[in-house]
Design a protein around this ligand. Sequence first.
Ligand SMILES: *Cc1c(COP(=O)(O)O)cnc(C)c1O
Length: 435
Amino acid sequence: MILYSTNNKDLRVPFKEGVFNSLPIDKGLYMPVNIPVLGPEFIADLHKYSLPEIAFRVSKAILNDAIPEADLKAIIDDAINFDAPVVELSDQINVLELFHGPSLAFKDFGARFMSRVMSYFLKEGEKQLDVLVATSGDTGGAVALGFLGVPNVRVTILFPRGKVSLIQELQLTTNGQNIRAIEIDGTFDDCQALVKRAFNDPELKEKFRLTSANSINISRLIPQTFYYFYAYAQIQRKGSREVVFSVPSGNFGNIGAGLLAWKMGLPVKQFIAATNINDTVPEFLRTGIYQAKPSVQTWSNAMDVGDPSNWVRIMDLFKGDDANLKKLLIAYSFTDEETLNAIEKVYSEQHYIMCPHTAIAWLASKQWLNDHPNETAELVFLSTAHPCKFPDIFSKEIAAKIEVPVQVQELEGRERLAVSLDRDFEGFKNYLLGS
Ligand SMILES: *Cc1c(COP(=O)(O)O)cnc(C)c1O
């Protein structure tokens, strides 16, 4: 598998290099030179396959010979070891639950696959890989848990003290093994600044093999295609073949993977990008003008993005084919008030509790059905996180009804371990050098 940079089609690297470097030197994003199309028989037979079987076939097609079959199969079976069920909520409306992994969010798919691919490419005897991550809460948990126990990799995770939720703090600080947590007396931006400086520090670069396991890493995008195929398989089992996906979107990696799955032959009728009031993409689709904006804080804060980093990948997939992009992709945006009302309504009518990100995708599904009254397609909206991760936004009544998943119960009794540092770089550097 060969990758090119979205800034320069001639800047090409093997898959392995894209995995370790995340970003091309020209600051584009990596995309596959060849996007294989999976045949109609595979699509027609999808309902026969399990999620790991689908994941294996899809990744084998796109990775080509980058990882031999038996090794790829072992990576998939280890990484994709939790379910992604489609649950029918009401007539024509279904939810694809992507929160059954260890960190209770869909980012587990990307993080678990990436970590195992990195570990695979590290040859025996090679220097240990040091992953440095700054987190405001959510991504850090997926990355930490994704790398937990993965050989020859150590993860150092920086989070702002007192500024992550209780569950997030447990996910970050109770792992032990190859994961260590540092709480910084500062903000998320301070954490990020420390990590950035570490990557540019000659002494640290000399001593350690540092990587950021960045969210735009190509090896995080690929595994996110798996669950689109698997959701389609489950809709097939219900006897339908027409699917519309509604995807709660921030950096547009999730929906970008859906569009990649479509390119690979998945017959999707339409994709809906569902955003909060950070509506750069809905505005672009309306006006034709892409205008990045500063992000605005909302209840669905994992989607508070004013300049989505994966948008260039989507533009690249549809280069010169604007008409097709506009046919396939539509977008709706919703306010916090609409989000909270949606959570209440779905709880009272369907007894189903949605996290705020998921609620926005539900709203977009309803809107789509309103705008397309004669369509018979099945709507599948993606649930990106378990509601228990956002305890502050629910009414007392709903909060009391949220089941605490085993992943959280297991964490509760564990010892929390975090090194406390202030936001001064020398202190952080000395800590790393001494370790
Ligand atoms: C990251 C995240 C999103 C946004 O996904 P993108 O791939 O950035 O569009 C939505 N919901 C939750 C819960 C997330 O953690």
